[in-house]
Design a protein around this ligand. Sequence first.
Ligand code: DER
Length: 219
Amino acid sequence: SNSDVMKKAAAEAALEYVEDGTIVGVGTGSTVNYFIDALAAKRDDIEGAVSSSEASTERLKQHGIPVFDLNGAGPIPVYIDGADEINEFGQMIKGGGAALTREKIIAAVAEKYVCIADHSKLVGVLGSFPLPVEVIPMARSYVAREIVKLGGDPVWRQGVTTDNGNWILDVHNLEIMKPMELEQSLNNIVGVVTNGLFARRGANIALLGANDGVQKHQF
Ligand code: DER
């Protein structure tokens, strides 16, 4: 589809941000899958990767790319990952693929976050995409009640357990005018492991596939 063509173009453009001899931070999702395939095909000069999900780990290993434990990896110059929404400041909603916790951890460690996506992910105000929130299972109902007090409409993503053994609430009907404040408020609810607002630490670069090529945004 046209969207896949744009995701693939963005993914291939990200190769230029990968430094040889380094460990690359790798995210999760369909756009990142194009990046992993391109990385394997065109860059045999990297040391390896750190991964944000079992799914990405599996794909990297299938290509013979060494996957390291983040604890012993040393500096991560760049983290390549997608987004469900990204605004003009590089702030994102992520978690559509249920990998938000490990994604946010690597994003915190990495020196530069390069977001790859099709241009439809670029929005004015975050919140049309339901905001994923990873919760400790026993706290699901309590966290949901607290989110309602914040004005959201939380829906349990039934049947999904994250790589960390947790559950996800997708929060609808938020119009997020102050992403960093909402990110902090959600972090303060006991039982919340991670929320999908990447606002305090957003993307540094966005490569957005469009009909006329790949648009580069810097934040
Ligand atoms: O779950 C995630 O955070 C993914 O990165 C997601 O936001 C992007 O997935 P896609 O590349 O399949 O659209």
